[in-house]
Design a protein around this ligand. Structure first.
Ligand SMILES: NC(=O)c1ccc[n+]([C@@H]2O[C@H](COP(=O)([O-])OP(=O)(O)OC[C@H]3O[C@@H](n4cnc5c(N)ncnc54)[C@H](OP(=O)(O)O)[C@@H]3O)[C@@H](O)[C@H]2O)c1
Length: 335
């Protein structure tokens, strides 16, 4: 990542403080809508090449055209990624051919009726957590190949605070509540993001860091998907009204993710969200996540379960060696 990311130091970090990212590659999941689209726009404005990972390439191309008509500096590439299908995750990762400077694990679904992914996982846990767990592990070598610091950012939610891991019914087979399942998946995002950072440090993988963020409350399509899936037009209208009345714009909601992806003030292992009213709006700030999110026993257990379910194991040794090779290569180039 660019070493020149600026921090105004007054707690009012905005789009204007994003560093130049020419020559850098950022992967954004869910890049066609809401916060992923705003992140794509922001990274492309400052020159990054953005790999737009979209469940529907058709929607991805519409989003890409929307960003490109601004005349952004960065190059955009739309690639298919369905986080509800591990074959799609593998195919996507196989096709990422360049070093990755930042991976934004952003895509998500909220409070939908129970359904299952192609691999038989409850969809909210499968898409929000397991798909991203697999994707990150499969891209670890490309993150390790980045020139400077590389960062994994995982988008959680303030609702992770309501989450309970319930390892004996992770897939909600015995008892499914759509909000509990969402909160659990978002708690899993935080446990994963922290555990990834600990494992990277423990394995001596220099300068690949993991940060967790949340957007507060931003008006996007997220709030509409559950009522749409339930066929409730009334609740879709109610959600739209609530978004208009209470939510911040996606342009504001994306600030924590942009800050988490680029700020050199972060060491890894932080939780970043809007620092204003009830952490629902405002400028990015490092915050405290729930006590449950700091349970290292649960984090290790979740990691093991996620490896078993996805069949993806992280090769930290190869990542460390790639970092060491890269560092000695750049030192030699600088001689
Ligand atoms: N907005 C908020 O207030 C809020 C608050 C807390 C946390 N968040 C988190 O922010 C993240 C982004 O949500 P958003 O608010 O920007 O909502 P959004 O506008 O609905 O965007 C969600 C994105 O995720 C994609 N997605 C859904 N299922 C997918 C799958 N199986 N494979 C790949 N992509 C998939 C969607 O693709 P399609 O367009 O094809 O459906 C869409 O691009 C989520 O992780 C959410 O939990 C948002």
């Amino acid at each position: 990542m660019s070493p020149n990311a600026s921090d105004p130091g007054d707690g009012r970090w905005t789009h204007d403080d994003l560093p130049a990212m020419d020559g850098e590659t950022v992967v954004v999941t869910g890049a066609n809508s809401g916060l992923g689209l705003e992140a794509t726009r922001a990274f492309a404005r400052v020159g990054a090449r953005v790999v737009m990972a979209c469940r529907s390439t058709e929607r991805g191309h519409v989003a890409r055209a929307d960003v490109e008509q601004e005349g952004v500096a960065g190059e955009l590439e739309v690639r298919e990624l369905d986080l509800a299908d591990l074959d799609s995750v593998r195919a996507f990762a196989d096709g990422v051919d360049a070093p990755v400077d930042a991976l934004c694990n952003n895509a998500g679904v909220m409070a939908i009726p129970r359904s299952e992914t192609a691999d038989g996982f409850e969809t909210q846990f499968g898409v929000n957590h397991l798909g991203h767990f697999a994707l990150t592990g499969l891209l670890l070598d490309r993150l390790a190949a980045a020139d400077g610091e590389a960062r994994v950012v995982t988008q959680s939610s303030g609702l992770h605070e309501d989450g309970e891991m319930e390892f004996d019914d992770l897939q909600g087979e015995r008892d499914y509540d759509k909000w509990d399942a969402y909160a659990r998946s978002k708690l899993a995002n935080v446990l994963f993001g922290y555990e990834l950072d600990r494992r990277l440090r423990g394995a001596g993988v220099d300068d690949v860091t993991s940060v967790v963020c949340h957007p507060g409350y931003a008006a996007t399509n997220l709030q509409l998907r559950g009522p749409e899936a339930e066929g409730s037009r009334l609740r879709v209208l109610a959600m739209k009204a609530a978004n208009t009345a209470f939510a911040q714009s996606p342009e504001r909601g994306v600030l924590p993710m942009l800050y988490a992806a680029t700020s050199p003030a972060l060491d890894g292992g932080e939780y970043v969200g809007p620092g204003g009213f009830r952490n629902m709006r405002g400028y990015p700030a490092v915050q405290e996540s729930s006590p449950a999110s700091h349970d290292e026993g649960d984090a290790r257990r979740l990691w093991g379960v996620s490896e078993d379910l996805t069949g993806v194991t992280y090769d930290f040794t190869a990542a460390r060696e790639a970092r060491a090779d890269g560092a000695s290569g750049s030192a030699a180039a600088g001689d």
